[in-house]
Design a protein around this ligand. Structure first.
Ligand code: NAD
Length: 249
């Protein structure tokens, strides 16, 4: 069977857990060679079991991130895809958020996307094509108390994606933002062990269930693929209508 991403090399940041792991699994299922940039060495075994190649990379370190991207191009053939997924959430009352926390959110969630694309795009251009998916969040369009800095990074990812699509389109590179709603990662699944909480989470979604990490993985694999050739500069919202609901939540 021919896969959507047969023999293409794709980098997934933060691919050791949660949504990133779903992306690794679905890109592998679509035939890709998947290289994972992950800060936590404890996730190496899980990554390898899922069929990815583990590299310890902290996306908040711009030099390390750029060097790792160059090394992947040299070792595993031309880079076709980059999934900027690594991200952290800090929810705190607005006035309690420290400068260090603001800086960390900027470095991990937002600056890493700029630096990763700066390093990968020239290599993709040399190969003649490329596809980038930036994982945003539905917090880019509807947020809540205490998420100011996190939501800001996610809104920035959507805005940067639009500009990048125009910078890189002439080189044959597409750039899209994928904005998941609540997704069943380990953290969310721990919270959902409480039946009342689980019922509440499900009620936020038009289909009555929380997204799985593989739901997001499949969408990412499709956006990366040549079947999505007509899509660039887009924000694909994958929250089952949560942020579109009148008078929501
Ligand atoms: N889970 C959700 O409901 C949800 C919803 C919308 C958007 N998102 C976004 O999806 C992305 C993944 O989130 P998740 O919920 O799967 O997170 P997660 O915490 O389950 O997994 C994140 C992975 O990224 C790694 N990581 C963290 N910082 C890193 C760094 N500096 N360098 C390299 N790797 C790093 C972690 O070790 C972990 O393996 C994030 O960008 C997040 O904002 C998540």
């Amino acid at each position: 069977m021919t896969g959507l991403l047969d023999d293409l090399t794709i980098i997934v940041t933060g691919g050791g857990a949660g949504i990133g792991l779903g992306v690794v699994r679905q890109c592998r299922a679509a035939g890709a060679r998947v290289i994972v940039f992950e800060v936590d060495p404890g996730k190496a075994e899980t990554v390898e079991k899922t069929g990815g190649v583990f590299h310890r990379v902290d996306v908040a370190d711009p030099v390390g991130l750029s060097e790792a991207i160059t090394a992947v191009d040299e070792c595993y053939g031309p880079i076709y895809g980059l999934v900027n997924n690594a991200g952290i959430t800090i929810q705190k009352p607005l006035n309690a958020l420290s400068l260090d926390e603001m800086e960390l959110l900027w470095q991990v969630n937002q600056r890493s996307v700029l630096v990763g694309v700066q390093a990968a795009a020239p290599l993709m251009e040399k190969a003649g094509e490329g596809s980038i998916v930036n994982i945003a969040s539905n917090h880019a369009r509807a947020s809540d108390q205490g998420y100011e800095a996190y939501a800001g990074t996610k809104g920035a990812i959507v805005a940067m994606t639009r500009a990048m699509a125009w910078s890189l389109g002439p080189a044959g590179i597409r750039v899209n933002a994928l904005a998941p709603g609540l997704t069943m990662t380990e953290t969310v699944s721990d919270l959902a062990e409480d039946p009342a909480r689980s019922k509440e989470f499900n009620s936020w979604h038009a289909l009555g269930r929380v997204n799985s990490v593989d739901d997001i993985g499949k969408l990412t694999a499709f956006l990366l693929s040549r079947n999505a050739a007509a899509i660039t500069g887009a924000e694909i919202v994958a929250d089952q209508g949560m942020s579109a609901r009148l008078g929501a939540i």
